[in-house]
Design a protein. Sequence first.
Length: 391
Amino acid sequence: MSKLEELIAELCPNGVEFVKLGDCCAIEDNKRKPIKASERTSGKTPYYGANNIQDYVDGFTHDGEYVLIAEDGSSSLENYSIQYVNGKFWANNHVHVVKGNEGLNSRFLYHCLTAFNFVPYLVGGTRAKLNRASMIKIPIPLPPLLVQEEIVRILDNFTELTAELTAELTAEIIARKKQSEYYRSEILRSSKLAETKTLGEVCNFVRGPFGGSLKKEIFTTDGYAVYEQQHAIYGEFKFRYFVDEQKFKEMKRFEVKPGDLIMSCSGTMGKIAIIPDDAPEGIINQALLKLTPKKGVDNKFLKYCFEDFIAAHMNSNARGGAIKNVASVAVLKGIEIQIPPIDEQLRVVALLDRFDTLCNGIITGLPAEIDARQKQYEYYRDKLLTFKELW
């Protein structure tokens, strides 16, 4: 029998009392004070919003051990934003500020609330809100303090181990990506047979149509797909819009099909993809470029070259304000690239494909491991915080 089981058997064998949050917690919302970013005085005190620290300011609104519950603006309603603070901090008006009264450990309260389903207690429409009237009705289990403290010890240890593992796996992902980038760069530059050419000499460029050519009024529910950056370039190849056959024929210049090379050229630039065999025929929009390699140039070799250095060149020479755009197709055509004979290109592609498969297999598996660890933590947390209610 574990220490926790012994404590429960000794101190609360028949269950625990559940008490409304408003009856077991002190609520200190009246001390909150929002400050516009332009009016904040820089300092060392964390300034908390609904989801996390927004800034660091001078002064404080609260000092001590507290739990912050999002009033509105939680980034997730299912995993509602709960924060634990111990020390001086500044709270704005998007968080409720609460702490446990005598008999309720605030850290235990924090763990309870991270496992709680807030959705039935939220009000409002598009911006769901946990108002004070709803919050004070939330049921909180109140086992003896010794039981609370033992649960806090177990969950804090588990949280620390999970955080350590997540940090290690994240570092491994970064290292593998850097390793992949280094290896790709070395292989692409290793051929002594390469000839220096401009991009304009090795491929043709077509940018998607501007202006009113792709107004939403012309879209249909099926037909020929409209390729967008956010739905195609990142490998998902999902489509929101389609055009009919007549419009497709009118816009034949912007046609793309499986095997074609497309690249982002607005906002996020230089992201490149080869359209897979199972993707539909369609047209690109204005945020994409279609690249057609000329004779003697392999499209996958060209894709690796873009990923290696051409994308960075595009970003450094971009124009525009908040939304960057490729400087011009003419500038892009002038970028120099090393092109070996086609047999050498295919050899390089085969090498990089094998290494890419190896690295991506590892990189793909690591986030899954992180997710599994998080689910494991949530499972044990929920088990530890499930009590038989005392009648």
